[in-house]
Design a protein around this ligand. Structure first.
Ligand SMILES: [Zn+2]
Length: 74
């Protein structure tokens, strides 16, 4: 069995850095859009890969979303 290291690149449009984080496409897409950027992934893809830079950029927004989720489900 061949093991190919799956190196993914950041899914933000115009960014070709190596991805470090995987975020649900739905959440990442909304946060990225809010930051004035676009994801280059297709709609049927459920996960978005982000480089550390872009992940840091949207981390705050993701955290906010998570808090909303928690309120909704508690
Ligand atoms: Zn990036």
């Amino acid at each position: 069995m061949r093991e190919i290291p799956t190196k993914k690149n950041c899914d933000v449009e115009g960014c070709s850095k190596e991805s470090k984080k995987t975020v649900s496409r739905e959440k990442a897409g909304a946060a990225i859009k809010e930051a004035g950027l676009n994801l280059s992934v297709k709609d049927k893809v459920t996960k978005a890969h982000l480089c550390s830079d872009h992940y840091r950029k949207i981390k705050k927004k993701l955290k906010k979303d998570r808090e909303i989720d928690r309120l909704r489900w508690s």
